[in-house]
Design a protein around this ligand. Structure first.
Ligand code: SF4
Length: 302
């Protein structure tokens, strides 16, 4: 049987997608990445998911469905955490089960390695699982991962300018999806506004910041957002902050309130909180973003 691996362009693809693609490509396995999000993908994901799902999970299912016909396998890792001392929200630990049950797939259609940053040998075990599912040896998998990691770690980061800028804070899978928070970044870019996001800053710096500022945070990605908010709020070149989240996210619903009280209200800079759902209209987003930037500019002139 000829193997091809489908990778949904959603959730942690936006952080590790190039690494995952490189891993399978180096093994000589064809990779299909789902196309950019469209309204159709979102609508399909919404109809497949249970109502309580967060919007990024609904999108994930829409992307996964689009790959079923063209891929022999789907790559759906089960990730508990990848930064020590934290846990990802339960959606990531349950992702292979959610996908399998949603589409009625046999276990042989999924490549679902367990990734658990707390366990020293978790990485090797995950490589063994992924390589074996693709019909390759562990040795070939480790060599492939090493090459993919070297490329991924050397990927260029956007250069920051010294100009005043807005910090746009949200999960990578929200800000890097042009259909969600990516729209906010595109609107600001169209107005010539420089922006900076958590992904422009080394992640370790943000986690270290969160450990000092709010050591009680349990969820890994919430800690990254908290570290980013605290870090950007005290930088003098940041003129304002925009928090972007999605409807249905339990951790964000707590974290946004927490950060408003602990960081945003007291930082002396304008801030806005935007929340996307299935029905968010593009005109409404544009109006709020432009009005917010006008406010920031007005404050800077005072
Ligand atoms: S952190 Fe929130 S948005 Fe992300 S997967 Fe979990 S519930 Fe969904």
């Amino acid at each position: 049987m000829t193997i091809s691996v489908g990778i949904p362009r959603a959730l942690l693809f936006h952080e590790f997608g190039e690494l995952w693609q490189g891993f399978f490509t180096n093994l000589g396995v064809p990779v299909n990445v789902s196309a950019a999000t469209t309204k159709t993908v979102l609508d399909r994901g919404t109809s497949l998911a249970v109502d309580e799902s967060c919007l990024p999970l609904k999108l994930y299912l829409g992307h996964a469905e689009s790959l079923l016909a063209c891929s022999s396998h789907l790559f759906v890792p089960r990730i508990a955490c990848y930064h020590r001392g934290y846990f990802l929200c339960a959606k990531f630990a349950g992702l292979p089960d959610i996908v399998r049950n949603t589409f009625g797939l046999g276990a042989d259609r999924l490549i679902a390695p367990d990734v658990d940053g707390r366990r020293t040998l978790s990485g090797i075990s995950a490589v063994r699982t992924a390589a074996a599912a693709a019909g390759r040896s562990t040795f070939a998998g480790l060599a492939s991962l090493r090459r993919a990691l070297a490329v991924w770690r050397a990927r260029p980061r956007a250069a920051e300018t010294a100009d005043a800028k807005l910090a746009v804070i949200g999960h990578s899978y929200i800000l890097n999806d042009p259909f969600l928070g990516g729209e906010v970044l595109a609107l600001l870019a169209a107005r010539g506004v420089a922006t900076v996001t958590p992904d422009d800053i080394p992640a370790r710096l943000l986690y270290d910041e969160a450990r000092v500022f709010a050591p009680e945070i349990y969820w890994q990605l919430s800690a990254k957002l908290a570290g980013a908010a605290s870090y950007f709020a005290r930088r003098s070149d940041i003129a304002g902050l925009v928090m972007v989240s999605c409807f249905g996210c339990g951790p964000d619903s707590l974290m946004n309130e927490f950060l408003e009280e602990r960081v945003l209200k007291g930082c002396g800079k304008p801030y806005a909180v935007l929340c996307f759902d299935e029905h968010t209209g593009r005109a409404g987003v544009a109006t709020r973003v432009e009005a917010f930037w006008d406010l920031v500019e007005w404050r800077r002139r005072q």
